[in-house]
Design a protein around this ligand. Structure first.
Ligand code: 26M
Length: 825
């Protein structure tokens, strides 16, 4: 309750209770006698929301008054999860809520669980944006997030007969965390054509005319910082028909249907989140979403800047815009258009401002994920923008030609326009050319983009433009909120949560207690309790009973071939065969294991769906085999999301981060698992490498080929003689014998390895994967050593706080300073 003396804190539990009762009786118009958990959740949220609003307004006023530089984080995804628990903890009033609710007859945990996740994201990229908002507010940076208010977030996953089924996620029924701003709207233009006029001085101006207009309406979400009054804003745009567009003519003449049709077409823009992760499909509606969101956000940013009456050249001193992947790259073109077409600046002056304003984060090297839009589509939807893209490209290529006159090949390699059939706009190249900094998200990944996909651009712009900022996670949600038991145990050594959660390097203090028997015992108890909590959850959702004494082995993330869930399930099958070949006596001696999977497949990703089906089929065979009993259980947890991650991650003993080396840009769940006292088995990929450097290689189970060897191995697999690992071959033969159902159903996964060159090197890494899993079993048997590894690892994880990460962005990319709140008011 550090906010006690702030106007925004509750004055004790009595006031909190009064507020809850008031909301039940007035806002919800119900009687307290008929207040169920849903109503109690609603009223509690409204009571907390009232508290947030006070500091939110103050923070915005403070920022307006200070008029210092702001950060704008543009992301098509914000995977926020639940807000109530986070609000309680961040403003330090969870205890008040707990005792207040208990007097009203509720348990705070039950009330928190009533909330529907805000799931406006796919996976890592969207969750990273959410962690960044938490850190920006907690560190008092003046910062706004801008995104889309999808009516449907990521689909809900159901598993029916072992197959994934997608159910729409309509989440807006009751959302107390958003504030509609019907007075903050921007009309966005699409299609039409461009006319040029020349004035008396000979200056040519382009005019984008005609087409259709869709209205963007702002919805604001308060983002409270932890243990600070600072409360930032996340602005999400919703699309609706612009008043002039809704066809009253049709409506009046009785043609209601097509009049309503126009309205629906407008609303379609913000209707659904595209459920692809690391795959670009080039759909027109997706491009419409991108421009709609980018144009509305820039209009808003420019409007705010103009109020300060500063000259345009000061724009980059006031505004830093971070592009979360290439999805918002059109913002570069849009700002250039505003400056030259609407504000009358010269091209060069405008372009300088643009470049100093933007910076771009790359999250992937996978070629199928790098966005390209066909020139024809851009021309049709955004005719003026295509002209500007061509001009940007022309001036850029002229510069390249001047500086590298001998390298003719270079021009076609780096052109923003790919001269293919049809021609394509390469969005990553546009983002690089229009930004002053480009960053990767872990050291290996940043090295890879510098030496492979963006190599020419390093030559052209010099090495300083390309930097690394290793990802981070917010310890508020991913330790304190998800794992209160561990957080308070840590606090007993590292100091108040309010302290150590804001300077995560203080975790190193627990290393002094690594040999303290009482501390170690408490540590083991916390882990066991978290495993029991997950076992209960597994029982209630799947009916399967698992022992919390077993080794919990977890792989939860989006399903993708490069993440290699298939290797994991092949390994599980190998373990099953080995158990089957043992005598009952031998079997009793093995360490029981629970293999836990979770994750969604993109609806059109056939191979990913096959992987889910195999996991479930293996589960139904293994879990019902009387020979096996507790020695092995295979669980697929349905609908993995942020709130489920908060239960699963603290319960893990070992988690799998086993992507083909060089493919996973960073990974962020690897950090969450280690921070929660689990060890990891992983490849030398993404942030696993830096985790190893921080915690020590004796505390991690690394295996597999290195990124530098991947190209050669792939070449050998395709052109040389491709020998399958014998253990894997055995597994394949069992799958093909029909042990897990119709072999035909899994043929794609088998032939990808056997016949199609094994692009993800499953066979190449399988032997060392199995060996390393054996080492995991042996290590776990020595519980004393295991606990030492866990405590030591957690102690050394301070580096991976998203606060460190945001401070690096602020210093090296944005050049912004925190704005300290006045805490004496
Ligand atoms: C692209 C085009 C059309 C529709 C959707 C997309 C798209 C959506 C999400 C493409 C990629 C998307 O996300 C990629 C992602 O989540 N990347 C992950 O980013 C994390 C944060 O940096 C990293 O930790 C992960 O390694 C990386 O896979």
């Amino acid at each position: 309750a550090w906010l006690k003396n702030q106007a925004s804190g509750f004055k004790g539990k009595d006031q909190f209770e009064k507020e809850v009762v008031r909301h039940v009786e007035t806002t919800l118009a119900r009687s307290m006698f008929n207040c169920d958990e849903t109503a109690a959740y609603a009223a509690t949220s409204l009571a907390f929301r009232d508290r947030l609003v006070i500091e939110w307004n103050r923070t915005q006023q403070r920022q307006t008054f200070a008029d210092s530089k702001r950060v704008y984080y543009l992301s098509l995804e914000f995977l926020m999860g639940r807000a109530l628990d986070n609000a309680m903890l961040n403003i330090g009033e969870k205890e008040v809520a707990k005792s207040g609710l208990s007097e009203l007859g509720f348990r705070v945990e039950d009330i928190i669980q009533q909330e529907h996740d805000a799931a406006l994201g796919n996976g890592g990229l969207g969750r990273l944006a959410a962690c960044f908002l938490d850190s920006l507010a907690s560190l008092n940076f003046p910062a706004w997030g801008y995104g889309l208010r999808y009516r449907y977030g990521i689909f809900k996953q159901e598993i029916i007969d072992g197959y994934q089924v997608e159910v729409p996620d309509y989440w807006l029924d009751f959302n107390p965390w958003e504030f509609p701003r019907h007075d903050v709207t921007v009309d966005i233009q699409f299609y039409g054509n461009v006319n040029k006029t020349t004035d008396d001085s000979g200056k040519v101006t382009a005019h984008w005319e005609g087409g259709e207009t869709v209205r963007a309406v702002a919805y604001d979400v308060p983002i409270p910082g932890y243990a600070t009054p600072s409360t930032n804003n996340l602005r999400l745009w919703s699309s609706q028909a612009a008043s002039g567009e809704f066809d009253f003519q049709k409506f009046n003449s009785g043609d209601y249907e097509s009049s309503v049709g126009d309205q629906q077409r407008a609303e379609t823009i913000s209707a659904v989140l595209y459920p692809n992760d690391n795959l670009d499909r080039g759909k027109e509606l997706r491009l419409k979403q991108q421009y709609f969101w980018v144009a509305a956000s820039l209009y808003d940013i420019v409007r705010r800047f103009k109020k300060s009456k500063r000259p345009w050249r000061e724009f980059p001193d006031q505004v830093a815009i971070q592009l979360n992947d290439t999805h918002p790259t059109l913002a570069i073109v849009e700002l250039q258009r505003i400056l030259i077409d609407l504000e009358g600046l010269d091209w060069d002056d405008a372009w300088n401002i643009v470049q100093q304003t933007f910076s771009y984060t790359n999250h992937t090297v996978l070629p199928e994920a790098l966005e390209k839009w066909s020139v024809g589509l851009v021309q049709h939807l955004l005719p003026r923008h295509l002209q500007i893209i061509y001009d940007i490209n022309l001036f850029f290529l002229q510069m390249v030609e001047r500086n590298f006159p001998k390298d003719r090949e270079m021009l076609s390699r780096v052109s923003i326009i790919e001269e293919s059939q049809p021609k394509m706009v390469r969005m990553a190249y546009l983002a690089i050319v229009g930004s002053h900094k480009v960053n990767g998200v872990a050291e290996l990944h940043s090295d890879l983009i510098r030496t492979t996909i963006f190599k020419d651009f390093v030559t052209i712009f010099g090495p300083d433009k390309f930097v690394n900022v290793t990802n981070g996670i917010t310890p508020r949600r991913w330790l304190h909120q998800a794992n209160p038991g561990l957080s308070s145990l840590i606090a007993s050594k590292a100091g108040d949560p309010e302290h150590y959660l804001k300077d995560l390097t203080l975790l190193n203090k627990i290393e002094l207690s690594v040999n303290d028997p009482a501390f170690r015992k408490a540590w083991a108890e916390v882990k066991l309790a978290n495993k029991q909590r997950l076992a209960d959850y597994i029982k209630s959702t799947t009916g399967i009973v698992v022992s919390p004494k077993a080794l919990f082995d977890v792989q939860v993330k989006r399903i993708h071939e490069y993440k290699r869930q298939q290797m994991n399930i092949f390994g599980v099958i190998f373990r099953y065969l080995k158990l089957k070949s043992m005598s009952p006596e031998e079997r009793k001696k093995v360490l029981p294991r629970v293999s836990i999977f979770g994750g969604k497949a993109a609806p059109g990703y056939w191979m990913a769906k096959q992987i889910i089906h195999l996991i479930n089929s293996v589960g139904s065979v293994v879990n019902n085999d009387p020979d096996i009993g507790d020695a092995l259980k295979v669980i697929f947890l349905e609908d993995y999301n942020v709130s489920k991650a908060e239960i699963i991650i603290p319960a893990s003993d070992i988690s799998e981060h086993i992507s083909t080396a060089g493919t996973e840009a960073s990974g962020t769940s690897n950090m969450k698992f280690v921070l929660n006292g689990g060890l990891i088995i992983g490849t030398c990929d993404g942030a696993n490498i830096e985790i190893t450097r921080e915690i020590g290689e004796e505390n991690i189970f690394l295996f597999g080929n290195l990124a530098e060897d991947v190209d050669d191995l792939r070449h050998k697999n395709t052109y040389g003689d491709h020998k399958i690992d014998p253990s894997l071959d055995k597994v394949f033969n069992v799958i093909q014998s029909g042990t897990f159902g119709n072999a035909q159903d899994f043929q794609g996964m088998v032939s990808a390895v056997r016949e199609h060159g094994d692009f993800y090197l499953v066979s190449d890494d399988f032997h060392s994967y199995l060996e390393t899993q054996e080492l995991v079993d042996k290590s776990y048997a020595d519980q004393e050593l295991w606990i030492t590894k866990c405590i030591t690892s957690v102690a050394r994880m301070g580096f991976f706080s998203s606060d460190r990460c945001i401070n690096e962005y602020a210093e090296e990319i944005w050049n912004v300073e925190p704005l300290q709140p006045d805490t004496n008011n």
